[in-house]
Design a protein around this ligand. Structure first.
Ligand SMILES: *Cc1c(COP(=O)(O)O)cnc(C)c1O
Length: 354
């Protein structure tokens, strides 16, 4: 399957929208570049991807995505360095995870060349959209959904893979206040929590709305069985620092295998930090907050990279985590973004030049 960018069909936009965009006031994921990548699965095979002007998609009302939610996505970023070179961060891992999600949702797996070459061609075409101000990037959203028709509750016979890109400003999360959830669950054993499946996020909206009404920004999910173990946040894995140990839960059926999470684990080990991958109980975190050994708690994911938690609520009590100097969160964020933006050497081989 020869799919070098040479034989990828490109239909260029007649005019660019870029002059209409206020790059100083970008709301996350609301402005999109001039082009998108589209690839269709029909008659048992993925067709060659093509690039077309960004545009609405036309679907039959019976398309299975609307009725049975067969849809998956990825989240990644393109970074521009000082010399205007463009970089991706561990894109092969995003492709692998897309196919792990695909398999679980009975969606046909996408060939690696279609993902990488298609994305590369799209970024070359829309390169001028990648902002260069500190901390900004181009957010990339690859997704696959059931575009085949029919109300029969079974996998569709046609799928569409699309990649859209949104320039985004540096993400400042502010003081994040989270609620440890004990009633609702994000995922369950044997379920789809490890997949980036659209429905996983829809299911979180209502409990998150309830938490927001109580004054929190986000929910920290616990295990569905006992609600005794900290699992993860909406689209971020969770780390806690007790004394000088950095701890995160093991991935499982219920926890998404975050690329930021695994990169942080490697960077921390490389820096000589004591790292533990093990189950974290809510009671040990509460105990550590009470006795002062809980130094930090933060979320990790592509969008914010590292998002420090200032307060967590549990059973009606709020526990504050005072800001500390030389935090692991700040150090890890700097190290990972220095690699992403090509400001420092990449001994791990994570950077990918577009
Ligand atoms: C995407 C996501 C993450 C973070 O994954 P990254 O690869 O680091 O962006 C963590 N948890 C959930 C539930 C997610 O959807």
């Amino acid at each position: 399957m020869e799919t070098s960018t040479k034989n990828l069909k490109i239909e260029k936009a007649k005019t660019s929208k870029i002059d209409q965009v206020d790059f100083d006031n970008l709301a996350f994921g609301s402005v999109f570049t001039d082009h998108m990548l589209v690839c269709k699965y029909q008659n048992g095979a993925w067709e060659l991807p093509k690039i077309v002007p960004y545009q609405p998609i036309n679907l039959d009302p019976s398309a299975k995505i609307f009725h049975y939610g067969q849809s998956i996505f990825e989240g990644m970023k393109a970074y521009k360095d000082e010399n205007d070179d463009v970089w991706l961060f561990r894109p092969f891992d995003n492709h692998k995870r897309l196919n792990i999600s695909a398999k679980r949702m009975a969606i046909p797996e996408l060939p690696e060349e279609y993902f990488i070459d298609g994305l590369t061609a799209l970024l070359e075409l829309d390169k001028k959209w990648i902002p260069k101000t500190a901390g900004s990037s181009l957010y990339i959203r690859p997704f696959v959904f059931a575009s085949g028709n029919g109300l029969h509750a079974s996998p569709a016979d046609a799928y569409t893979f699309i990649v859209i890109c949104a320039p985004s400003a540096a993400y400042f999360s502010g003081k994040v206040k989270v609620l440890i959830e004990e009633t609702y669950s994000r995922s369950a054993n044997g379920g789809v929590g490890y997949a980036k499946a659209g429905g996983n996020y829809a299911g979180q909206f209502y409990p998150t709305q309830l938490a927001i009404e109580k004054g929190y920004n986000q929910v920290i999910w616990t295990d569905d069985n006992t609600h005794e173990y900290i699992e993860e946040a909406g689209a971020m894995n969770i780390f806690v620092r007790i004394n000088d140990s950095l701890i995160t839960g093991p991935t499982s059926d219920r926890i998404l295998d975050g690329i930021t999470r695994k990169s942080i684990l490697e960077i921390a080990k490389d820096k000589g930090i004591a790292v533990e991958v093990r189950k974290i109980t809510v009671s040990e975190v509460v105990e550590a907050a009470k006795n002062g050994s809980l130094k930090e708690m933060f979320g990790a994911g592509t969008a914010a990279v590292v998002s420090p938690i200032a307060t967590f609520g549990y059973r009606g009590t709020d526990y504050d985590l005072p800001e500390i100097p030389n935090s692991y969160a700040a150090m890890l964020k700097k190290r990972i973004t220095d690699i992403q933006y090509n400001r420092d050497q990449d001994k791990f081989g994570w950077r990918f030049k577009v």
